[in-house]
Design a protein around this ligand. Structure first.
Ligand code: GDP
Ligand code: GDP
Length: 435
């Protein structure tokens, strides 16, 4: 089981409003670090300490009333396949429509938990009307108002009962879990196939992992690692694969249960919006990342091509561009070894713990080079720093006036930390706290 909630329903019932209500502004810090704008399709949230992901199926299609019913049907099917809990939104002010009936038909057939959510119940009069949704055959409607927030807490109390408190990662064996992600046709299956070969490979289903995925355990190039969710890559699904929605759903699953992601892009196409979306999923989940520019064999090159290509990529990825980039070919197997090496290095970087004394030596040297600039006439004094006892690198800097430390200085500190301690490929968090 993962912790993934999908929001389904016809246009204008309030899916996007509900999504924002669930995801809120709580994770603004993470978004800021990722350097990406919030999009409505995917968000992380937590309720009473349980973390989960939310996907708004409406985020992929044009939001108009004449949207094809077929399109919605596809999305509901995908949500049913991929999510752990489905919330089905209907509009209590409008009542039941044909399209609601069509969605309910699909949802009645799934074994997964489905919550029928009567949205726009802004007051008690409307609550009475919501009773008609019983006829959809999905049980009690949960009455909520996404606009004012009423009812959403009770609903979340129920929803999180289906979730694990600690999302699945870092299995006890300490073997790196690697996800191969990217748009359709960038070469994910081809790359995974190169791992199966001459050397002895162990292929074992590992209990307790994502419900239907078979995680595969490899021993290759002198390293042991697990490729997560390959079953999903192999599976012939019932809906066309070229839907971005589909690849995002799959990516979310794989990313969440990994330590390090290999983000594949097609060298002949460069880094596109859809690649950036997947990149932001990785960063928001605080996973390690190696950027693999695959199909390098197809690129005409001279001795400057790789350098120029790298610079372009770094520009696109900024501000988080301290990332290993490997120009590879799954077809000719060029640098496939390097891809694995880099993934292992990123795995180590992500586990790195800097001792408090090392960190404070670093801090003193850094402050000698540059102090936080005076802001609104105030002098910020950073006193000491410590790495937090979290699974991924996070640092707290204690100072007199944390609110006066601005982004440029924060980035300066982060870059210095990266240079000194090697966090290449790893999203890190820096907090300023009052002392
Ligand atoms: P989506 O197409 O399903 O994503 O729907 P949106 O979230 O875009 O909402 C459609 C319209 O319904 C917007 O005008 C929202 O402001 C409105 N809306 C959403 N939730 C509520 C609610 O709880 N109460 C009321 N009165 N309006 C809502
Ligand atoms: P996936 O959808 O990401 O799993 O992509 P596939 O592995 O199915 O590859 C899509 C297509 O790209 C197939 O025709 C592959 O043979 C081709 N392909 C994959 N990797 C490479 C590569 O490194 N070089 C070239 N020239 N073609 C590749």
């Amino acid at each position: 089981m993962g912790n993934l909630v999908a929001i389904v329903g016809r246009p204008n019932v309030g899916k996007s409003t509900f999504f924002n209500r669930l995801v809120g502004k709580r994770h603004a810090i993470v978004d800021e670090i990722a350097g990406v704008t919030r999009d409505r399709i995917y968000g992380k949230s937590d309720w009473n300490g349980v973390e989960f992901s939310v996907i708004d199926t409406g985020g992929w299609v044009e939001n108009s009333d004449d949207i094809f019913e077929e399109e919605i049907r596809k999305q509901v099917l995908l949500a049913v396949d991929e999510a752990d809990v489905i919330t089905f939104l209907v509009d209590a002010q409008e009542g039941i429509t044909d399209m609601d009936e069509a969605v309910a038909d699909i949802l009645r057939r799934t074994q997964k938990p489905v919550y029928l959510v009567a949205n726009k119940v802004d007051n008690n009069n409307i609550r009475m009307q919501a009773a008609e949704f019983y006829s959809l055959g999905l049980g009690d409607p949960w009455c909520v108002s996404s606009i004012n927030g009423s009812g959403t807490g009770d609903l979340l109390d129920e929803v999180i009962k289906h979730f694990d408190e600690t999302p699945e990662t870092d299995d006890a064996e300490g073997i790196p879990r690697i996800a191969v992600v990217g748009r359709p046709n960038v070469g994910k299956s081809s790359l995974i196939n190169t791992f199966i070969g001459e050397e002895r490979n162990i292929v074992t289903p590992i209990a307790g992992t994502t419900r239907d995925a078979i995680d595969t355990h490899y021993r290759k190039f002198g390293h042991e690692f697990i490729i997560v969710d390959t079953a999903g890559l192999r599976r012939k699904n019932r809906v066309k694969e070229d839907l971005e929605f589909y690849s995002v759903m799959r990516s979310v699953r794989a990313i969440e249960s990994s330590d390090v992601c290999l983000l594949l892009i097609d060298a002949t196409q460069g880094l596109e919006r859809q690649d950036m979306n997947i990149f932001s999923l990785i960063v928001r989940n605080k996973k390690g990342v190696v950027l693999v520019v695959n199909k390098w064999d197809l690129v005409e090159k001279d001795n400057k091509t790789m350098k120029e290509y790298t610079e372009l990529l770094k520009e696109r990825l900024a501000p988080f561009n301290d990332i290993p980039i490997v120009f590879a070919s799954a077809l000719t197997k060029q640098r496939v070894f390097k891809v694995v090496e880099e993934a292992m290095q990123v795995y180590e970087n992500r586990k790195r713990r800097v001792s408090t004394s090392e960190l404070n030596n670093f801090l003193h040297e850094t402050l000698e080079i540059k102090q936080p600039p005076i802001y609104k006439g105030k002098l910020v004094k950073i006193k000491y720093a410590t790495q937090l006892p979290t699974r991924t690198p996070q640092f707290a800097f204690f100072c007199n006036l944390p609110q006066y430390v601005r982004d440029p200085y924060k980035r300066f500190l982060e870059n210095r930390l990266r240079e000194r301690f090697n966090f290449s490929g790893v999203p890190i968090q820096i907090y300023f706290r009052e002392k």
